[in-house]
Design a protein around this ligand. Structure first.
Ligand SMILES: [Zn+2]
Length: 326
């Protein structure tokens, strides 16, 4: 393979004529090579990581009347009356652990991980409101919800069992007994649309899907010591018995439910005979574009939701929007 920017362009986005690749920019709000960006890869805030250890700066920022605070409880987000995330002044935030999210348009944003549910707000999961968020809200929420899930499940030191205290404005947990630092973790998962030499797409119906006509791309977790590319090849072989010889990066989006990063790929199959494992995939089929359009239109096949990277992989291959969703 040749090297340099042109090769990188192809590697990241595939055939620009077919895949509507966005321009690569160096700005802080760059959300990947996909245009428009994936719903949860959008963001507008600057994380100002260097301020997390500046206690004086943090105290001053918290005292400013124009600082805004997201309220989280049990990794759910408090809503305003409009149904969008509630932003309150620090004085109205309530009791809990304080997390610095960053700055946007001159405003500093924090989140509070509330001990008790907020009395005057309804709570929603990120999944419930993901498609209704603007860029700023999407970026702040995935940041805050990811940290909230992490904190919720990390109460004791993994080395000595001691109590963990939050540091760096929510971005590290330090053990009060042995001093060990724990950092937030992100677990990569691969999501892959596999095509064959006839440019048909391989979609599967997972055993765990509640929707019995729900079809999606295949997916898999990255095991310790494994690469993303290996996870794609191994996952397809194990789930449907298909061999893959080429893997091409598409894009990624955070999925902090609780701690995943979804990494999307296109892959090319060298075999076509499907043999499902029965454990994870109940059924898998090859679809031409016309077949998938017809099946989605009649409801014979129901495709994943529009916030998912799987949906975007399928519609990018298809070349436009398809009807229906979970
Ligand atoms: Zn410890």
């Amino acid at each position: 393979m040749s090297s340099g920017p042109a090769a990188m362009w192809v590697l990241m986005g595939g055939d620009p004529a077919r895949r509507r690749v966005g321009r690569v920019s160096s700005s802080d709000s760059f959300a990947g090579p996909i245009d428009p960006p994936l719903a949860l890869s959008r963001h507008a805030h600057d994380r100002i990581g260097s301020q997390r250890v500046d206690e004086e700066w943090l105290a001053r920022a918290w005292e400013r009347a124009d600082t805004r605070v997201l309220l989280l409880h049990d990794a759910k987000v408090a809503l305003a009356g409009s149904g969008s995330p509630a932003y309150v002044a620090p004085a109205a935030a309530g009791r809990g652990e304080r997390v610095l999210l960053g700055e946007e348009s001159g405003t500093t944003y924090f989140a509070i991980l509330l001990d008790e549910p907020p009395p005057r707000h309804e709570l929603a999961t990120l999944r419930e409101i993901a498609m209704d968020l603007d860029d700023r809200d999407a970026g702040l929420l995935v940041h805050a919800v990811g940290l909230a899930h992490w904190r919720r499940t990390h109460r004791f030191c993994p080395r000595c069992g001691g109590t963990l205290r939050m540091g760096q404005a929510g971005h590290v947990l330090e053990c009060a007994s042995c001093g060990r630092s724990s950092f937030p973790r992100t677990d990569p998962a691969v999501i892959m649309l596999i095509t064959d030499d006839d440019d048909r797409a391989l979609l599967g119906r997972a055993v765990r899907y509640r929707h019995r006509r729900g079809f999606s791309t295949l997916a898999g977790f990255v095991e310790p010591g494994g690469s993303l590319e290996q996870a794609v090849v191994r996952g397809v072989a194990e789930e449907v018995g298909i061999e893959v010889d080429r893997v091409e990066y598409f894009g990624s989006q955070p999925w902090p439910l609780p701690a995943s990063l979804m990494v999307g790929f296109f892959g090319h199959a060298t075999t076509v005979d499907i043999e499902t494992d029965g454990d994870e995939i109940a059924e898998a089929r090859w679809f031409s574009r016309a077949e998938l359009q017809a099946a989605a239109a009649t409801g014979e096949v129901v495709l994943p939701g529009r916030v998912s990277i799987a949906r975007r992989l399928i519609e990018t291959w298809y070349g436009g929007e398809l009807p229906g969703s979970w």
